[in-house]
Design a protein around this ligand. Structure first.
Ligand SMILES: [Zn+2]
Length: 405
Protein backbone atom coordinates (compact mmCIF):
# COMPACT_ATOMS: atom_id res chain seq x y z
CA UNK A 1 0.00 0.00 0.00
CA UNK A 2 2.69 2.30 1.11
CA UNK A 3 4.96 1.62 -1.87
CA UNK A 4 2.00 1.91 -4.21
CA UNK A 5 1.08 5.29 -2.76
CA UNK A 6 4.66 6.45 -3.11
CA UNK A 7 4.77 5.21 -6.72
CA UNK A 8 1.42 6.92 -7.31
CA UNK A 9 2.83 10.10 -5.81
CA UNK A 10 5.93 9.83 -7.97
CA UNK A 11 3.82 9.29 -11.07
CA UNK A 12 1.68 12.32 -10.25
CA UNK A 13 4.79 14.41 -9.73
CA UNK A 14 6.23 13.17 -13.02
CA UNK A 15 2.99 14.06 -14.83
CA UNK A 16 2.97 17.47 -13.15
CA UNK A 17 6.59 18.01 -14.18
CA UNK A 18 5.85 16.98 -17.76
CA UNK A 19 2.84 19.29 -17.85
CA UNK A 20 4.91 22.15 -16.49
CA UNK A 21 7.66 21.44 -19.01
CA UNK A 22 5.21 21.40 -21.93
CA UNK A 23 3.62 24.63 -20.68
CA UNK A 24 7.04 26.28 -20.52
CA UNK A 25 7.88 24.99 -24.00
CA UNK A 26 4.54 26.19 -25.39
CA UNK A 27 5.00 29.63 -23.82
CA UNK A 28 8.54 29.74 -25.17
CA UNK A 29 7.51 28.80 -28.70
CA UNK A 30 4.71 31.38 -28.73
CA UNK A 31 6.98 34.16 -27.57
CA UNK A 32 10.09 33.12 -29.43
CA UNK A 33 9.55 31.00 -32.48
CA UNK A 34 6.03 31.44 -33.75
CA UNK A 35 6.13 34.73 -35.65
CA UNK A 36 8.09 35.20 -38.82
CA UNK A 37 8.79 38.62 -40.28
CA UNK A 38 9.73 39.30 -43.87
CA UNK A 39 10.61 42.50 -45.68
CA UNK A 40 9.93 42.54 -49.43
CA UNK A 41 9.81 38.74 -49.33
CA UNK A 42 13.15 38.24 -47.53
CA UNK A 43 12.84 36.75 -44.02
CA UNK A 44 14.35 38.84 -41.22
CA UNK A 45 16.90 36.90 -39.16
CA UNK A 46 16.43 37.16 -35.42
CA UNK A 47 18.59 35.74 -32.67
CA UNK A 48 18.16 35.31 -28.96
CA UNK A 49 20.99 37.83 -28.54
CA UNK A 50 19.21 40.53 -30.52
CA UNK A 51 15.72 39.52 -29.38
CA UNK A 52 12.79 37.70 -30.98
CA UNK A 53 9.48 39.13 -32.19
CA UNK A 54 6.42 38.52 -30.03
CA UNK A 55 2.73 39.46 -29.86
CA UNK A 56 1.99 41.90 -27.04
CA UNK A 57 -1.07 42.08 -24.79
CA UNK A 58 -2.82 44.38 -27.30
CA UNK A 59 -2.43 41.69 -29.98
CA UNK A 60 0.23 43.69 -31.88
CA UNK A 61 3.47 42.23 -33.16
CA UNK A 62 6.50 43.76 -31.48
CA UNK A 63 9.93 43.44 -33.07
CA UNK A 64 13.43 44.27 -31.81
CA UNK A 65 14.30 47.79 -32.92
CA UNK A 66 17.22 47.27 -35.28
CA UNK A 67 16.68 44.03 -37.18
CA UNK A 68 13.47 44.90 -39.03
CA UNK A 69 13.90 48.64 -39.44
CA UNK A 70 17.39 48.27 -40.90
CA UNK A 71 16.24 45.55 -43.30
CA UNK A 72 13.48 47.94 -44.46
CA UNK A 73 16.25 50.44 -45.20
CA UNK A 74 15.82 52.82 -42.27
CA UNK A 75 18.57 54.51 -40.31
CA UNK A 76 17.90 53.79 -36.68
CA UNK A 77 18.85 55.87 -33.67
CA UNK A 78 18.22 55.61 -29.95
CA UNK A 79 18.05 58.54 -27.54
CA UNK A 80 18.58 57.18 -24.02
CA UNK A 81 17.75 60.48 -22.36
CA UNK A 82 14.24 60.83 -23.81
CA UNK A 83 13.90 57.02 -24.21
CA UNK A 84 12.90 57.49 -27.83
CA UNK A 85 13.76 55.38 -30.87
CA UNK A 86 14.01 57.20 -34.19
CA UNK A 87 13.93 55.72 -37.69
CA UNK A 88 14.60 57.69 -40.86
CA UNK A 89 14.13 56.87 -44.53
CA UNK A 90 13.45 58.85 -47.71
CA UNK A 91 13.14 62.09 -45.74
CA UNK A 92 10.50 60.66 -43.37
CA UNK A 93 11.34 60.62 -39.65
CA UNK A 94 9.40 58.43 -37.26
CA UNK A 95 9.99 58.82 -33.51
CA UNK A 96 8.76 56.16 -31.13
CA UNK A 97 8.75 57.00 -27.40
CA UNK A 98 8.96 53.99 -25.08
CA UNK A 99 5.85 53.31 -23.01
CA UNK A 100 3.62 55.85 -24.79
CA UNK A 101 0.77 54.85 -27.07
CA UNK A 102 1.81 57.25 -29.80
CA UNK A 103 4.40 57.78 -32.47
CA UNK A 104 5.50 60.96 -34.17
CA UNK A 105 5.78 61.18 -37.96
CA UNK A 106 7.60 64.28 -39.21
CA UNK A 107 6.40 66.07 -36.09
CA UNK A 108 2.79 64.84 -36.34
CA UNK A 109 1.72 62.95 -33.22
CA UNK A 110 -0.27 59.86 -34.12
CA UNK A 111 -2.04 57.76 -31.49
CA UNK A 112 -1.44 54.01 -31.70
CA UNK A 113 -3.14 51.27 -29.73
CA UNK A 114 -0.04 49.82 -28.11
CA UNK A 115 3.31 51.13 -26.89
CA UNK A 116 6.95 50.42 -27.70
CA UNK A 117 8.66 48.74 -24.77
CA UNK A 118 11.98 47.68 -23.30
CA UNK A 119 12.25 44.01 -22.35
CA UNK A 120 15.41 42.41 -20.96
CA UNK A 121 17.30 45.54 -21.93
CA UNK A 122 16.14 45.38 -25.59
CA UNK A 123 13.96 47.94 -27.35
CA UNK A 124 10.86 46.61 -29.13
CA UNK A 125 8.62 48.50 -31.58
CA UNK A 126 5.09 47.72 -32.79
CA UNK A 127 6.05 46.87 -36.38
CA UNK A 128 2.76 47.67 -38.11
CA UNK A 129 2.41 51.24 -36.83
CA UNK A 130 6.04 52.12 -37.43
CA UNK A 131 6.41 50.62 -40.92
CA UNK A 132 3.04 51.93 -42.12
CA UNK A 133 4.30 55.39 -41.24
CA UNK A 134 6.88 54.84 -44.00
CA UNK A 135 4.09 53.92 -46.40
CA UNK A 136 4.86 50.20 -46.15
CA UNK A 137 2.16 47.66 -46.82
CA UNK A 138 2.17 45.51 -43.69
CA UNK A 139 0.29 42.27 -44.19
CA UNK A 140 -0.60 39.72 -41.53
CA UNK A 141 -0.65 36.15 -42.83
CA UNK A 142 -2.52 34.08 -40.25
CA UNK A 143 -1.88 30.79 -42.09
CA UNK A 144 1.89 31.02 -41.84
CA UNK A 145 1.92 33.33 -38.78
CA UNK A 146 4.08 35.84 -40.59
CA UNK A 147 4.11 39.60 -40.88
CA UNK A 148 5.14 40.63 -44.37
CA UNK A 149 6.23 44.22 -44.92
CA UNK A 150 6.50 45.48 -48.47
CA UNK A 151 7.64 48.72 -50.00
CA UNK A 152 4.48 49.81 -51.79
CA UNK A 153 4.31 48.80 -55.45
CA UNK A 154 3.42 51.66 -57.76
CA UNK A 155 0.44 49.72 -59.13
CA UNK A 156 -1.01 48.59 -55.82
CA UNK A 157 -4.40 49.75 -54.66
CA UNK A 158 -4.59 50.67 -50.97
CA UNK A 159 -7.87 51.02 -49.10
CA UNK A 160 -7.60 52.34 -45.53
CA UNK A 161 -10.61 52.17 -43.23
CA UNK A 162 -9.42 54.79 -40.76
CA UNK A 163 -10.50 54.37 -37.14
CA UNK A 164 -12.54 57.48 -36.33
CA UNK A 165 -14.79 55.96 -33.66
CA UNK A 166 -18.54 55.97 -34.37
CA UNK A 167 -18.11 57.49 -37.85
CA UNK A 168 -16.72 56.69 -41.31
CA UNK A 169 -13.48 57.68 -43.03
CA UNK A 170 -11.93 55.73 -45.91
CA UNK A 171 -8.75 56.61 -47.77
CA UNK A 172 -8.23 55.08 -51.22
CA UNK A 173 -4.86 55.31 -53.00
CA UNK A 174 -4.01 54.26 -56.51
CA UNK A 175 -0.92 55.51 -58.27
CA UNK A 176 -0.43 59.15 -57.36
CA UNK A 177 -4.14 59.69 -56.73
CA UNK A 178 -5.92 59.70 -53.38
CA UNK A 179 -9.60 59.86 -52.54
CA UNK A 180 -11.21 60.34 -49.14
CA UNK A 181 -14.69 58.86 -48.70
CA UNK A 182 -16.15 60.58 -45.65
CA UNK A 183 -14.25 62.54 -43.03
CA UNK A 184 -15.28 61.32 -39.59
CA UNK A 185 -17.16 63.41 -37.05
CA UNK A 186 -16.54 67.02 -35.99
CA UNK A 187 -13.70 66.16 -33.59
CA UNK A 188 -11.79 63.86 -35.98
CA UNK A 189 -9.97 66.46 -38.13
CA UNK A 190 -6.71 66.09 -36.19
CA UNK A 191 -6.81 62.27 -36.35
CA UNK A 192 -7.49 62.22 -40.10
CA UNK A 193 -4.96 64.93 -40.89
CA UNK A 194 -2.31 63.05 -38.90
CA UNK A 195 -3.20 59.77 -40.62
CA UNK A 196 -2.96 61.30 -44.10
CA UNK A 197 0.34 63.01 -43.30
CA UNK A 198 1.63 59.78 -41.75
CA UNK A 199 0.93 58.07 -45.07
CA UNK A 200 2.56 60.72 -47.19
CA UNK A 201 -0.67 62.30 -48.52
CA UNK A 202 -0.49 66.04 -49.06
CA UNK A 203 -3.37 66.45 -51.51
CA UNK A 204 -6.54 64.64 -52.54
CA UNK A 205 -8.02 64.19 -56.00
CA UNK A 206 -11.51 63.65 -54.60
CA UNK A 207 -13.17 64.38 -51.26
CA UNK A 208 -16.49 62.59 -50.84
CA UNK A 209 -19.21 63.18 -48.30
CA UNK A 210 -21.43 60.12 -48.77
CA UNK A 211 -24.32 61.98 -47.11
CA UNK A 212 -24.97 65.02 -44.96
CA UNK A 213 -24.75 63.48 -41.47
CA UNK A 214 -22.10 64.80 -39.07
CA UNK A 215 -20.45 61.38 -38.57
CA UNK A 216 -19.53 61.44 -42.28
CA UNK A 217 -18.93 65.09 -43.18
CA UNK A 218 -18.01 66.26 -39.65
CA UNK A 219 -14.38 67.15 -40.42
CA UNK A 220 -14.67 67.51 -44.18
CA UNK A 221 -14.67 71.32 -44.21
CA UNK A 222 -11.54 71.35 -42.00
CA UNK A 223 -9.75 69.05 -44.48
CA UNK A 224 -10.71 70.85 -47.72
CA UNK A 225 -8.27 73.71 -47.14
CA UNK A 226 -5.44 71.43 -46.03
CA UNK A 227 -5.69 68.81 -48.82
CA UNK A 228 -7.18 70.92 -51.66
CA UNK A 229 -9.22 68.24 -53.48
CA UNK A 230 -9.87 68.86 -57.19
CA UNK A 231 -13.43 67.70 -56.70
CA UNK A 232 -15.94 67.53 -53.86
CA UNK A 233 -18.60 64.85 -54.34
CA UNK A 234 -21.89 65.11 -52.42
CA UNK A 235 -25.32 63.55 -52.94
CA UNK A 236 -28.25 65.70 -54.04
CA UNK A 237 -30.06 65.43 -50.68
CA UNK A 238 -29.41 68.55 -48.62
CA UNK A 239 -29.47 69.17 -44.86
CA UNK A 240 -30.19 72.20 -42.70
CA UNK A 241 -27.56 71.37 -40.08
CA UNK A 242 -24.73 73.73 -39.15
CA UNK A 243 -22.07 71.20 -40.13
CA UNK A 244 -23.58 70.91 -43.63
CA UNK A 245 -23.87 74.69 -44.07
CA UNK A 246 -20.27 75.14 -42.93
CA UNK A 247 -19.15 72.54 -45.48
CA UNK A 248 -20.91 74.37 -48.34
CA UNK A 249 -19.53 77.74 -47.19
CA UNK A 250 -15.98 76.39 -46.91
CA UNK A 251 -16.26 74.74 -50.34
CA UNK A 252 -17.61 78.00 -51.80
CA UNK A 253 -14.66 79.92 -50.34
CA UNK A 254 -12.31 77.52 -52.14
CA UNK A 255 -14.32 77.74 -55.40
CA UNK A 256 -15.22 74.05 -55.07
CA UNK A 257 -18.64 73.37 -56.54
CA UNK A 258 -20.10 70.17 -55.03
CA UNK A 259 -20.73 67.59 -57.72
CA UNK A 260 -23.25 64.73 -57.60
CA UNK A 261 -22.28 61.78 -59.79
CA UNK A 262 -25.28 60.09 -61.37
CA UNK A 263 -26.14 56.39 -61.32
CA UNK A 264 -23.67 54.42 -63.44
CA UNK A 265 -21.17 57.29 -63.71
CA UNK A 266 -17.51 56.24 -63.61
CA UNK A 267 -14.89 58.08 -61.59
CA UNK A 268 -11.25 57.40 -62.50
CA UNK A 269 -8.66 57.23 -59.72
CA UNK A 270 -5.07 56.28 -60.59
CA UNK A 271 -5.28 52.90 -62.30
CA UNK A 272 -8.72 52.03 -60.90
CA UNK A 273 -12.25 53.23 -61.54
CA UNK A 274 -15.22 53.67 -59.23
CA UNK A 275 -18.81 53.39 -60.45
CA UNK A 276 -21.71 55.09 -58.71
CA UNK A 277 -24.33 52.47 -57.82
CA UNK A 278 -26.97 54.26 -55.73
CA UNK A 279 -30.04 54.61 -57.98
CA UNK A 280 -32.40 56.07 -55.36
CA UNK A 281 -33.65 59.65 -55.51
CA UNK A 282 -34.60 60.50 -51.92
CA UNK A 283 -34.34 63.17 -49.25
CA UNK A 284 -33.77 60.52 -46.57
CA UNK A 285 -30.14 61.24 -45.74
CA UNK A 286 -28.93 57.69 -44.98
CA UNK A 287 -30.52 56.32 -48.15
CA UNK A 288 -29.15 59.24 -50.19
CA UNK A 289 -25.60 57.94 -49.51
CA UNK A 290 -23.29 57.91 -52.50
CA UNK A 291 -22.38 54.26 -53.07
CA UNK A 292 -19.39 53.22 -55.15
CA UNK A 293 -18.14 49.96 -56.57
CA UNK A 294 -14.40 49.98 -57.16
CA UNK A 295 -12.81 47.46 -59.49
CA UNK A 296 -9.09 46.80 -59.74
CA UNK A 297 -8.13 43.84 -61.89
CA UNK A 298 -9.88 40.80 -60.49
CA UNK A 299 -10.57 42.48 -57.13
CA UNK A 300 -13.48 44.71 -56.16
CA UNK A 301 -14.77 46.79 -53.26
CA UNK A 302 -18.21 48.24 -52.48
CA UNK A 303 -18.53 51.43 -50.41
CA UNK A 304 -21.99 52.16 -49.08
CA UNK A 305 -21.94 55.08 -46.63
CA UNK A 306 -25.03 54.69 -44.45
CA UNK A 307 -27.24 53.27 -47.23
CA UNK A 308 -30.06 51.18 -45.80
CA UNK A 309 -32.30 48.43 -47.20
CA UNK A 310 -34.26 50.92 -49.37
CA UNK A 311 -31.18 52.14 -51.25
CA UNK A 312 -29.86 48.57 -51.42
CA UNK A 313 -33.11 47.40 -53.04
CA UNK A 314 -33.02 50.30 -55.52
CA UNK A 315 -29.46 49.44 -56.58
CA UNK A 316 -30.50 45.82 -57.17
CA UNK A 317 -33.66 46.87 -59.05
CA UNK A 318 -31.65 49.23 -61.26
CA UNK A 319 -29.42 46.33 -62.29
CA UNK A 320 -26.22 47.78 -60.81
CA UNK A 321 -23.20 45.47 -60.84
CA UNK A 322 -22.71 44.86 -57.12
CA UNK A 323 -20.70 41.65 -56.85
CA UNK A 324 -17.63 42.58 -54.78
CA UNK A 325 -14.89 40.94 -52.73
CA UNK A 326 -15.06 43.53 -49.96
CA UNK A 327 -18.19 45.24 -48.64
CA UNK A 328 -18.00 48.25 -46.34
CA UNK A 329 -21.16 47.44 -44.42
CA UNK A 330 -23.84 50.13 -44.62
CA UNK A 331 -24.63 52.29 -41.59
CA UNK A 332 -21.94 50.97 -39.21
CA UNK A 333 -23.36 47.43 -39.25
CA UNK A 334 -26.92 48.49 -38.38
CA UNK A 335 -29.77 45.99 -38.79
CA UNK A 336 -31.43 48.53 -41.12
CA UNK A 337 -28.74 47.79 -43.76
CA UNK A 338 -27.16 44.65 -45.23
CA UNK A 339 -30.47 43.09 -46.23
CA UNK A 340 -30.27 39.40 -47.23
CA UNK A 341 -31.02 40.32 -50.88
CA UNK A 342 -28.16 42.83 -50.89
CA UNK A 343 -25.68 40.42 -49.29
CA UNK A 344 -26.74 37.88 -51.93
CA UNK A 345 -26.11 40.38 -54.70
CA UNK A 346 -22.72 41.45 -53.36
CA UNK A 347 -21.56 38.02 -52.10
CA UNK A 348 -18.51 39.52 -50.40
CA UNK A 349 -15.66 37.45 -48.99
CA UNK A 350 -14.93 40.22 -46.50
CA UNK A 351 -16.96 42.88 -44.70
CA UNK A 352 -15.63 45.94 -42.89
CA UNK A 353 -17.56 47.59 -40.06
CA UNK A 354 -16.69 51.17 -39.13
CA UNK A 355 -18.00 51.90 -35.64
CA UNK A 356 -16.99 53.18 -32.20
CA UNK A 357 -16.28 51.18 -29.06
CA UNK A 358 -19.40 50.96 -26.87
CA UNK A 359 -21.43 53.24 -29.20
CA UNK A 360 -24.94 54.07 -27.99
CA UNK A 361 -26.60 52.64 -31.13
CA UNK A 362 -25.38 49.13 -30.40
CA UNK A 363 -23.61 49.01 -33.81
CA UNK A 364 -22.86 46.54 -35.20
CA UNK A 365 -26.21 44.95 -34.41
CA UNK A 366 -26.07 41.24 -33.45
CA UNK A 367 -28.45 40.38 -36.32
CA UNK A 368 -25.92 41.76 -38.81
CA UNK A 369 -23.05 39.78 -37.29
CA UNK A 370 -25.27 36.69 -37.39
CA UNK A 371 -25.97 37.24 -41.11
CA UNK A 372 -22.25 37.55 -41.83
CA UNK A 373 -21.44 34.43 -39.85
CA UNK A 374 -24.12 32.31 -41.47
CA UNK A 375 -22.97 33.42 -44.94
CA UNK A 376 -19.34 32.67 -44.06
CA UNK A 377 -18.25 36.28 -44.59
CA UNK A 378 -15.09 37.18 -42.66
CA UNK A 379 -15.33 40.63 -41.09
CA UNK A 380 -13.16 43.37 -39.70
CA UNK A 381 -14.26 46.08 -37.24
CA UNK A 382 -12.54 49.34 -36.47
CA UNK A 383 -13.81 49.49 -32.87
CA UNK A 384 -11.87 46.34 -32.00
CA UNK A 385 -9.01 46.44 -34.50
CA UNK A 386 -8.27 50.12 -35.10
CA UNK A 387 -7.59 51.27 -38.65
CA UNK A 388 -7.87 48.45 -41.19
CA UNK A 389 -5.89 48.40 -44.44
CA UNK A 390 -6.59 46.29 -47.53
CA UNK A 391 -4.03 46.08 -50.31
CA UNK A 392 -4.84 44.73 -53.75
CA UNK A 393 -2.33 43.87 -56.46
CA UNK A 394 -5.23 43.34 -58.86
CA UNK A 395 -5.23 39.58 -58.27
CA UNK A 396 -5.52 39.14 -54.50
CA UNK A 397 -6.40 41.24 -51.47
CA UNK A 398 -4.11 41.39 -48.45
CA UNK A 399 -4.99 42.76 -45.01
CA UNK A 400 -2.90 44.33 -42.29
CA UNK A 401 -4.71 42.35 -39.58
CA UNK A 402 -6.51 39.02 -39.34
CA UNK A 403 -10.33 39.25 -39.49
CA UNK A 404 -12.16 39.80 -36.19
CA UNK A 405 -14.43 36.87 -36.99
ZN1 LIG B 1 -23.12 57.15 -40.11
Amino acid sequence: MNAKRIRGGLLLRQIALLLLLSLVLTAFSISAGAIGISVDGAPVAFSDDLGQPFIDSAGRTQVPLRAVMEQYGCEVDWDGETRTATAEKDGITVSVPIGKREISVDGWTIPIDTAAQILNGRTYLPIRAVLEAFGAAVIWNGGTKTVDAHHPEAGDLQVHFIDVGQADCILIRSGADAMLIDAGDRDDAQTIQAYLHAHGISSLKYAVGTHAHADHIGSLSALLGAFTPSRLLLPAAKATSKVYKTLLETAGGLSLVPYTPSFGETIPLGSVALTTVNALKTNDLNNSSLMFRLVYGKTSFLFTGDAEAQAEAAAIAAGAALDSDVLKLGHHGSRTSSSPAFLNAVTPDYAVISCGTGNSYGHPHPETIEKLKSAGIAYFRTDEQGSITAISDGTAIYWNVAPAS
